[in-house]
Structure formats: structure tokens, C-alpha cells
Design a protein around this ligand. Structure first.
Ligand code: GLC
Length: 556
């Protein structure tokens, strides 16, 4: 008997059954919306808040718990909105504050929580503070909110130290008056000086602004970067980002960042319902949370960000960076769970986001070919692990990375600063196909700011809906089971079972997950009742044949 999927009847959660506990975030599935590329409400080729608002029922039916929105604030878009000019305003290309308010309210009515992106490491060079810092000149107190320094060399013509920008080139740019300012990312993204009390006060106020708007949490951009080592010391090496895996850099993962997060946690707790008699009508109960984007040398150092008086979650980039290899996956899963256990924080799992090659391409044997079969297996493995999982828009459609974008259409600032490399970030940011026909495949009534491949028609939401073999229905079924099967997502460990080389098998309460990472089918004893499989499995009198690159969930 060949079986593909067990019953895929949809039971989306509705507002009368939200994940309503204070601890909703511990096993939440959080869906990342990249606002430029999700849905275009006004037909100008660029996604926007009204577009997202219209599509919220899709996310409710998919079965996610929360939606994280990448930045939609006023911004000149030098880094797709991660260069914020006004933290309390919506950029006109995305809509208005009124649209943001409506989106938050609609989401809550559907039982979905909203997490917004906070960008505290740097502002835009068009932020009022930076414009003042530049115009006031050297020695002005208004300059102290950023890192301005005189240069080295006889005429100050050399940067103040040897730090390199994450996007390539020196991390310093010289202002017209001769002083240099620090930017760990693009020159249009000057780093704030977090030693300055005004910077600290401003961000506490921004947190309150969005909490008052009703958001349920924040994703903290570059959470590891805010504090720089005293004296901004030289590193003495090139390709500094490669050192990140081995060492703490003077601009990343400094111990001083933790004091900032302790003060933010107090604010988040204040807004968590048991403390807030003034919770706005329609808000969902439960904690207001923050998740750190913290690139650190080890998972143990990542755990420092989620101690009980700091942030709630941190992205598990060590997991994202792991190859499709059973032994390596098992090791990173154990290490991640072990690291979080002492601080009692949930582990997070993530395979794709707006900064990395989509996992339907990245996990293939050469890292460049579309391998949706493997991606589906990886996704089912991720969704079986205890803790919280992050889903990047379009991965539920099995979208590949777009690898052939013409150079003239690219917008990733990293592309322009480091010529001759590939793997840049526009290829994972191409707008979502909603329908097989129509301009921009239903993304909007106009075009789309990055062209969608023709082949995406058959990957559209409309084409996949109702097809039990589709990746979309696989995600819907997996997320429904996550809600229904006690134990899936909960807990803080997995129990490994004996399995042949290249195969992973682990037990959770009421549930077994089997993963064949090899390129050959394997025959195994049947551990229970088939719940879901990422590709067709065959159950015979002697066992189950699990094909290559396949994950299977069993109820036991
Ligand atoms: C984070 C964002 C990335 C952005 C960078 C600078 O890594 O995820 O998209 O370019 O921060 O803000």
C-alpha cells in the first residue's frame, strides 16, 4: 500500500481558539512577511500593508501563530527598509499608520499575533539625528549619538580603525568636514552610539510606541551589534566576518548588550497582560516578546540573550547553517537544545529568511539546484522539533531561490559593494505568486519590483491549494497536526532511537519522526500510525520503505 499523506482536512484555528496562554511563544510557528514582496494592494509593483491585511486569512488558514513583519517604517530604502529614517512612521510606499493599526486589529481578530522589526544598531543617514550630527560639525554634542572619529594618517585620510563593513569595504565613511563615521552595514546606515543615554531613552520610547499600537513583540535586528568595545580597537585581520564563528569581535556580541535587553524586558513585561490593566480592546492575552537576531560564535553565547530577564527567543542560525546530513543535524539539534535548557528558553528553528538563499535551493547537493523534495523533508523535520519555528514567506510554496536576476534589477546593497560574488539577497525576495495567471501572478494588479520566473505559475497558492501532493498542503497539514498532537513543539528535548546511518529517528510524547537524509530508500520497522510524509512512503508486510530525502511523522 502506497501512502502519501494522512487526512489533510483543514482545521484552521479561529479566533475562538487562539493559542491563548501567556507562554504562546514557546512553541509558536512564526511566519515572516517581507512587506515589499508579499502582496501589493495598490498595484504599484511594491507590496504594502493593505496587501498584507487582505491576505491575513491565508495566514490564519495556514495555521501559523504569529506574523513577523520586516521593516515598513519611513526609510529611503538603501537597505530595503533596514535603514530607518523615522521609527514611528510608516513609509508611504507601504501605507499609513492607520493601515498598520488596521492590520494589527484584523490580525488579532483572526487569532494571529503581530511581531514588528526593530532596528536599533543603526539609523538611516536621513534620520533627523544623523542629519543634525552632520550639519552641526565636529565637537557638537549631537554627534555623540553616533560614532564619529578623526581619521588616522597625517591628514586624517585613513579610517580610524581597521573594521570592515558586513556589506564589504571599510566600516567607515568620511564626512565632508573630515571626520569619519562608523557603519557596520551600508554608509547610509550609520551606527548609533549605545553609550549615549539619549539613544537608550529613544529606543525605550519606540518600544512603548509600538506596544501602545498593540503589537505582540519585536524582532531585534543585529541584536549582537549595539555595543562596541571601549576604544574601538583594531582587529588586525581581514575577512573579519569569517572570525565570527570563532571569536567575539569588538563590534559584535559584546557583553554590554545584555544590560540593554534587561531594560527592554522590563518594558515588555509591563505590557504583558497580567501587568496591564489598560490592554487595548481586541488585544490577545499573553506575553509581549522579543526575538534576537544575534550572530554569535556559539549556541551557548546565543543563550545569553534569552536568560529569563532578557529577550524571549533568539534565531538559531547554527541550525540554519547546517548541511543536509544526519549526523550534523543530530549534533546541532542536541547542541541547541542543551544550550537553551539551562536558561529555560525555547530553542528556535529556522531554515530560510530574507537574508539567505532559500532552503529549497541551499540544501541541494551543490547548493545551487532546486531540490524541493529535500526542502520538504527539512521542513517537516524542523516542524517536529521542540520549540518555536520560523517560516519565511514562500517556503510553504516550495519556492526556489531566483538565481538569474539581471544585475540592473538588483537592489541588495551588498551586491554593489562586493562585486563578483553571488548568493546576494534579492534572489530570496522575489514577490510571492498567488495565482497562476494575471500580472505578477496575483501579487498585485501591476507588475512586481523583481520579476517572477514563469515557472512560478504552478507554484502559486491557487495552483497548490487542494492538491494533497503540494508543498502548501504539506505545510497546512503539518501545522494542523502541530496544534492537534500533544507534545509536538512542546518540551525541551528529543529522544533519539537507533537508526541506520544517514537516518534520524526521534521520539516525542505520542509521536515519532523519521528522516531519511540519504539518496537511497531505506526499509524500517513501522513505528506507529502514519500521520504525514514529505514524499510517498510504502508500507509493506515487512516494514515501511522511506524513500530518499524524506521525513515521516508517526503517531504512537
Ligand atoms: C539584518 C537584516 C538585514 C539587514 C541588516 C542591517 O541582518 O536581517 O536584512 O541588511 O540587518 O540592518
Amino acid at each position: 500500500m502506497t501512502q502519501y499523506l494522512a487526512d489533510t482536512t483543514r482545521h484552521p484555528h479561529t479566533s475562538d481558539q487562539p493559542a491563548a496562554t501567556a507562554d504562546w511563544w514557546r512553541d509558536a510557528v512564526i511566519y515572516q512577511v517581507y512587506p515589499r514582496s508579499f502582496a501589493d494592494g495598490n498595484g504599484d509593483g511594491m507590496g504594502d500593508l493593505p496587501g498584507i491585511r487582505e491576505r491575513l486569512p491565508y495566514l490564519r488558514d495556514l495555521g501559523v501563530d504569529a506574523v513577523w513583519l520586516s521593516p515598513f517604517y519611513a526609510s529611503p530604502q538603501a537597505d530595503a527598509g533596514y535603514d530607518v529614517a523615522d521609527y514611528r512612521a510608516v513609509d508611504p510606499m507601504f501605507g499609513t499608520l492607520h493601515d498598520a493599526d488596521g492590520l494589527i486589529r484584523d490580525a488579532h481578530r483572526l487569532g494571529l499575533r503581530i511581531i514588528v522589526d526593530l532596528v536599533p544598531n543603526h539609523t538611516s543617514d536621513q534620520h533627523e539625528w544623523f542629519k543634525q550630527a552632520v550639519s552641526e560639525g565636529p565637537g557638537s554634542p549631537l554627534r555623540q549619538r553616533y560614532h564619529f572619529r578623526p581619521g588616522k594618517g597625517a591628514g586624517g585620510e585613513l579610517p580610524p580603525n581597521d573594521w570592515e563593513s558586513v556589506f564589504g569595504g571599510p566600516a567607515w565613511t568620511r564626512a565632508a568636514d573630515g571626520e569619519w563615521y562608523l557603519h557596520l552595514f551600508a554608509p547610509e546606515q550609520p551606527d548609533l552610539n549605545w553609550e549615549h543615554p539619549a539613544v537608550q531613552d529613544e529606543f525605550r520610547s519606540i518600544l512603548r510606541f509600538w506596544l501602545d499600537m498593540g503589537v505582540d513583540g519585536f524582532r531585534i535586528d543585529v541584536a549582537h551589534g549595539l555595543v562596541k568595545a571601549d576604544g574601538l580597537p583594531d582587529i588586525g585581520a581581514h575577512e573579519q566576518l569569517k572570525l565570527l564563528g570563532n571569536d567575539v569581535l569588538p563590534f559584535f556580541d559584546q557583553d554590554g548588550v545584555h544590560e540593554i535587553y534587561r531594560s527592554w524586558r522590563r518594558i515588555l513585561d509591563e505590557y504583558s497582560p497580567s501587568h496591564s490593566p489598560n490592554l487595548r480592546p481586541g488585544a490577545l492575552p499573553g506575553a509581549r516578546i522579543a526575538v534576537a537576531e544575534a550572530w554569535t560564535p556559539t549556541v551557548e553565547r546565543t543563550a545569553n540573550y534569552v536568560r529569563s530577564d532578557e529577550l524571549h527567543q533568539a534565531f538559531n542560525f547554527q541550525y540554519l547553517a547546517t548541511r543536509w546530513d544526519a549526523a550534523e543535524l543530530r549534533a546541532v539539534i542536541d547542541r541547541s537544545l542543551d544550550a537553551m535548557r539551562p536558561v529555560a528558553a525555547p530553542t528556535t528553528w529556522v531554515l530560510s529568511n530574507h537574508d539567505v538563499v532559500r532552503h529549497a535551493t541551499r540544501l541541494s547537493s551543490d547548493g545551487k539546484t532546486y531540490d524541493v523534495r529535500r526542502a520538504r523533508a527539512a521542513s517537516l523535520l524542523m516542524l517536529a522539533l521542540p520549540g518555536s519555528a520560523y517560516v519565511y514567506q514562500g517556503e510553504e510554496l516550495g519556492l526556489p531561490e531566483v538565481t538569474d536576476l539581471p544585475d540592473e534589477l538588483r537592489q541588495d546593497p551588498a551586491f554593489f559593494r562586493a562585486a563578483g560574488q553571488d548568493g546576494f539577497r534579492d534572489g530570496c525576495r522575489v514577490p510571492i505568486p498567488w495565482t497562476s495567471e494575471g500580472p505578477s501572478h496575483g501579487f498585485g494588479s501591476g507588475g512586481s519590483w523583481l520579476p517572477q520566473p514563469e515557472s512560478w505559475a504552478r507554484l502559486s497558492v491557487a495552483e497548490q491549494t487542494g492538491d494533497p501532493a503540494s508543498t502548501l498542503e504539506l505545510y497546512r497539514a503539518a501545522l494542523r497536526l502541530r496544534r492537534e498532537l500533544p507534545g509536538l513543539g512542546a518540551g525541551e528535548s528529543v529522544r533519539w532511537e537507533d537508526a541506520p546511518e544517514g537516518v534520524l529517528s526521534f521520539l516525542r510524547p505520542g509521536f515519532v519522526c523519521t528522516v531519511n537524509t540519504t539518496s537511497e530508500p531505506v526499509t524500517l520497522p513501522v513505528p506507529g500510525a502514519l500521520s504525514l510524509a514529505s514524499s510517498a512512503v510504502e508500507i509493506t508486510a515487512t516494514g515501511v520503505v522511506v524513500p530518499a530525502d524524506t521525513t515521516v511523522w508517526w503517531a504512537v
